[in-house]
Design a binder for this molecule. Structure first.
Ligand code: NAP
Length: 388
């Protein structure tokens, strides 16, 4: 019987690529639900092709529009509907491809409903990693990484015990500004930042890749997914994006996972979790066309976001939550041309400096720390705007 899949954020980069994988494996997967924020035309095409049981849009106007075209379809709308739909099909696999900490509630609701979660939405783990992983353990469901780096690590770890692992080595492309000086970085535009050299992704993660905050978020994500201390998680810059990450074992062996820079490969791995993977028609790696694979240390002077993320991760409590929320606000302001590129990480750093962390016991603390950090970050963004 086909396994039901709910795709949160179906109209985004990961969402559409998830549907590519499902399209190729129609006898294995069937779509239970799809969501968009506002890309209704795209969603309607998906409804025609995948025939979901229910869909979610953000506004009541969009809900009415879809109901007119698909009168028998269950159409939900509003903020809470993303969580409701995540929990609507116990036993389904929920692909969380939402962007930002808005992904936390749907993840927790999916877990509570007994759904495995294929998690692209790394912000969920950064903001609430301990609570989310504890909830998944208590519910007996899996949180399966979609991020290519974490998928690579999960693949390298198959068949090994935790006590055999020495360290995780997370690779980073270095983004479009890998070789830029701080002076050059001070002049980059939105268009420059959105031109990622190896991956085609949504705008927020593309900006995070350019500041290297994405790698910082991924270090924290790796800490929670694989229960590894921060001292045992290293980052190495690998501009070709062929080695997606590595694991070094106690005996000195290093396992690496290689493949084409195509997110449909880690998405397939996540969807086929617990099943035998199939031949995949997506991009393949051709070693004969690769002239070199290079590795270098990240430069934390030019890209301070990575060091900031390690500091916040090690400090724990609400620090990672606050870092993530401030970054969402600052990256968003950059994308609206309201903040210069170098000020993204500066704003995040200033919000963290003001923060008094708490030990995390309850999810309500995550939401209030997130809201506090957003207000602080917005204040700094507005202040910066007045000075420009
Ligand atoms: N793209 C990649 O290659 C990649 C790789 C690894 C990890 N990730 C992670 O995967 C997640 C998704 O990234 P993406 O690149 O796919 O993002 P994206 O292209 O921007 O897509 C985001 C999706 O979320 C929806 N959405 C946005 N704001 C929303 C809101 N307030 N409420 C409900 N839905 C909302 C969007 O709807 P609309 O279409 O209507 O705007 C879209 O469907 C991120 O956490 C990212 O870090 C992405």
């Amino acid at each position: 019987m086909a396994r039901l899949v709910t795709v949160l954020g179906a109209t985004g980069s990961i969402g559409t690529q998830t549907l590519d994988v499902i399209r190729e494996n129609r006898d294995v997967f069937a779509v239970s639900a799809l969501t968009t924020y506002g890309r209704v035309t795209e969603l309607m095409e998906m409804i025609r092709e995948f025939d979901p049981k229910r869909v979610v849009v953000h506004s009541v106007e969009d809900r009415d529009l879809i109901v007119r075209v698909f009168p028998t379809l269950e159409v939900l709308f509003g903020d809470d509907a993303y969580s409701d739909v995540a929990a609507a099909e116990p036993g389904a696999i929920v692909v969380n491809a939402l962007v930002g900490s808005i992904g936390i509630r749907p993840t927790l609701r999916a877990i509570a409903a007994g759904c495995d979660v294929a998690l692209a939405n790394k912000e969920t783990l950064v903001a609430a990693g301990d609570l989310v992983m504890a909830a998944a353990k208590a519910a007996g469901v899996a949180v399966i990484p979609v991020d290519s780096e974490h998928s690579a690590i999960a693949q390298c770890l198959q068949g090994y015990h935790a006590n055999e692992v020495l360290r995780l080595i997370v690779t980073a492309s270095g983004g479009p500004f890998r070789t830029y000086s701080r002076e050059q970085l001070s002049r980059v535009t939105i268009g420059d930042a959105l031109a990622h050299p190896t991956w085609r992704m949504g705008p927020k993660i593309t900006v995070d890749s350019a500041t290297l905050m994405n790698k910082g978020l991924e270090v924290i994500e790796a800490h929670y997914l694989f229960s590894m201390p921060y001292d045992a998680i290293d980052v190495i810059v690998h501009p070709q994006s062929i080695v997606h990450s590595m694991v070094e074992f106690q005996d000195g062996a290093v396992l690496a996972q290689l493949g084409a820079a195509d997110m449909r490969i880690p998405i397939s791995f996540a969807l086929f979790h617990g099943r035998t993977p199939r031949f995949s028609p997506f991009r393949r790696m051709d070693l004969s066309t690769l002239s070199q694979l290079t590795f270098e240390s990240p430069d934390i002077e030019r890209f301070p976001a990575l060091a900031l993320a390690y500091d916040c991760g090690r400090a724990g409590g609400t620090y990672p939550t606050v870092m993530n929320a401030a970054n969402e606000v600052a990256a968003g302001a950059f994308l609206r041309d309201e903040l210069p590129f170098l000020d993204i990480v500066d704003v995040v750093s200033r919000v963290i400096d003001r923060h008094v962390s708490e030990t995390l016991d309850d999810i309500s603390q995550v939401f209030s720390a997130d809201a506090w950090a957003r207000r602080q970050a917005m204040e700094f963004v507005l202040e910066r705007g007045q000075r420009l």
